[in-house]
Design a protein around this ligand. Structure first.
Ligand code: KIV
Ligand code: ZN
Length: 391
């Protein structure tokens, strides 16, 4: 892995699957895991094995199936969780245990009724125990986003001492501002003893709509792994959307950060996850929403038809969408109508277009969107139809 490579840790099957009503069965998980490997993710978090026999089985089966990607199982800092995860991962070619504990003042007081020294000890012991089963151990400091940086640095040091090679810094509640999250990563990079032995990972929730921005700030400030999910699904307002962070890095090459993702598979896997889970992606969702490459106002359509990049910063083919859509509505102009008419077989002169456009506007005022069948009807009922077809 080069210094500029950002590892993509996909947690669709663990954090993503925590969405209420979106439970997947083992078969569905296997299909998604296979496509994640095909997409080029570096790590697949396959589940939380101790949580249920079904999750255990899914992690076990995914471990058997996946050949080139790290397969990871989540645990709490609890011996039995770790033993069960190690067992579920026993067939994995590249197994990883992801263990950790809450570190914010609120988690320590209300969740554990404990104190900082005891948390430091548990972090160390959990990692050390996980390390007795697998070489690759990732530690998470839950609610790191609201954890005091000095204490967080001490927690990270204990995890490194125990043998962790990845330190996950979750903004569990999606609270941080990008500048704050970036500064946290920078602080850890500069102040944790032994940090050169580990990589820092971003795991940002989207409660304030900042998950993507926070993850990007994280890698700009030295993190080298992003935890994310397809379509940004996850607890509450969701997790960081994989397709967003990957495309941000791809479209900003001067950041000099890259991933191993084959972006042309992004649209297909987004569809697969949304259909398997029964969660429909909002039309204006960045990168993979139905309208992400659709243009409907006259000014934009004219611009895109003349030169795609006028209004598009991503080539739709780069994410597996065949082409930009020119959507015909009452806000569309002549250029869009001529373009769509041409697609369905009519080459209109300027005068013919002026005439057909009047028909089109009357029609479009009655309907949300004008489709190919409507275009035929509009042209066939126009005064210039005979002229058009005899040309
Ligand atoms: O959001 C979070 O803190 C998590 C951890 C369990 C990694 O999902
Ligand atoms: Zn999470």
């Amino acid at each position: 892995m080069s210094d500029n490579n950002v590892q993509i840790f996909d947690t669709t099957l663990r954090d993503g699957e925590q969405v209420p009503g979106c439970k997947l069965n083992t078969n569905q998980k296997l299909i998604i895991a296979e496509q994640l490997e095909n997409l080029g993710v570096d790590i697949i978090e396959a589940g939380f094995p101790v949580s249920s026999p079904g999750d255990f089985k899914s992690v076990e089966e995914i471990s058997k199936l996946i050949k080139n990607t790290v397969v990871c199982g989540l645990t709490r800092a609890v011996e039995n969780d770790i033993k069960v995860a190690a067992n579920a991962l026993r067939y994995a070619k590249y197994p990883r245990i992801h263990t950790g504990i809450g570190t914010s003042a609120s988690h320590i007081k209300y969740k554990f009724n404990s104190n900082q020294d005891a948390i430091l000890e548990r972090a160390f012991e959990a990692v050390r125990f996980a390390k007795s089963f697998v070489e690759d151990v990732e530690f998470y400091a839950e609610d790191a986003g609201r954890t005091d940086n000095e204490f967080l640095a001490r927690v990270c040091e204990m995890a490194i001492k125990g043998g962790a090679t990845v330190l996950n810094i979750p903004d569990t509640t999606g609270y941080c501002l990008p500048s704050e999250y970036g500064a946290k990563i920078k602080y850890l990079k500069e102040n944790v003893k032994g940090i050169e032995k580990a990589i820092l990972s971003c795991h940002c929730h989207n409660d304030l709509g900042l998950a993507t921005a926070n993850s990007i700030e994280g890698v700009i400030n030295g993190a080298r792994q992003i935890e994310c999910t397809i379509n940004g699904i996850g607890e509450r307002a969701g997790n960081t959307a994989l397709e967003e962070v990957v495309m941000v890095l791809k479209q900003h090459p001067y950041l000099n950060l890259d991933t191993n993702i084959k972006t042309q598979h992004l649209y297909a896997i987004s569809q697969l996850v949304s259909e398997s889970m029964g969660i429909y992606t909002q039309p204006n969702k960045a990168i993979v929403g139905a309208n992400a490459f659709a243009h409907s106002s006259g000014i934009h359509q004219d611009g895109v038809i003349k030169h795609r990049e006028t209004y598009e910063i991503i080539n739709p083919r780069d994410v597996g969408v065949t082409e930009s859509a020119i959507v015909l509505t009452a806000r569309s102009g002549r250029a869009a109508l001529a373009y769509r008419a041409k697609n369905v077989g009519y080459e209109l002169t300027k005068l013919q277009l002026d005439e057909v456009y009047i028909n089109f506007l009357n029609f479009a005022d009655q309907k949300k969107e004008v489709n190919d069948k409507d275009i035929h009807q509009i042209i066939e009922t126009s005064k210039v139809y005979q002229q058009i077809i005899s040309a």
